[in-house]
Write a protein that binds this ligand. Sequence first.
Ligand SMILES: [Cu+2]
Length: 398
Amino acid sequence: MGFRNFIKSKTLLSFITAFMLLGTNVLMAQTEAAATPGGQPDAPQVDWTGVSYYLLLFFLICLGIAVVGKILKIYDLTLKIQGKKGMKWNTVMAVFCLVFLAVGLYGAYWSFTVQGSMTLPEAASVHGVKIDEMFTVTTVLTMIVFFATQILLFTFLFNYRHSEKRRAHFLPHNNTIEKVWTIAPAIVLTILVVFGFFTWQKIMDNTDAKGEVASINVDITGHQFAWELRYPGKDGKLGPKDFKMVSAANKLGVNFKKKSSFDDLSADTMYLPVNRSVRLNIQAQDVIHSVYMPHFRVQLNAVPGLPTFFKFTPTITTAQMRTKLDDPKFEYLVYCNKICGGGHYNMQKVVRVVTEAEYQAWLSRQKPYLTDQLRKELHFAAADQPKTGIQNRLALNN
Ligand SMILES: [Cu+2]
């Protein structure tokens, strides 16, 4: 036994030593990096010393609890040796249950108040408000169940702890109870699912409402690792695409056999006019990406070979949101929300919601997708097939 304990304490000691060494190592590496003139002191760093500190603290607390437990056990034994009754372990455990309930409920309260304030600002789109409503309803319902069941569970454990004066009642089966706890959650869940189903159907409804101005079509294409944007030109139509036409100058593979392709514009920032319906045409060129615009509660996967779209209406301009959040640097962003490879974290673009006038002014400044280089490239291609209409049109444009 003695030897075994020795081994155990040795393992524990080497464990603690390893953690301390790891801590100092990382600390030294960090000071070194900060001292190097070429180092980037501003870059966010994971504070591993902090992590090992908390792990150590956790193990120390466990050790402390174990020591207190042993002391109580010895106290208990001495009581028994003296011919006394010994400790009431059931009462100790029951009190611990109440303590656990109080600490747990405080933890839940803490996460609501502290982390709750880190959630997204109010939805900046028409359908986003509905999604938020659904989220609130689900959260309120599940939280009622959470608090009720936790309080019941731990107060029952406390109230009905072992007692010499009480006999437990044996209840092998009760149909009424079974029915209640099966049917009640089934009804609540069905309501939530049906509610969600109709909301999603409304969001994905692609028909224009009566009297609504036609949606603005914006092409968003994901590839490793960037989003490419294409806006329609004066005709309001986006030219069709063909993956076989993708080249260095024609990144998206726009088909220039169609007239509608010629006035298409390429853009670096996604500008959207406020209160106008936008239809994002979503595509991917290599792996699955995901268009994610959290402030508008928009997310849809970009799947290679499967064009999808998402129609929504932004309601709050960037300027308005900046005032609301009291953050003059605030920008809406479109992210990629699928881990699509090494550069995934960098796959984002700024989205600016502006007034109609600002949007038109911005649109007039955008460069055509059909660059000089692409014209040259197409001209060569057209020369091989003299019978296509492209050559003539290109000749006119040149
Ligand atoms: Cu991606």
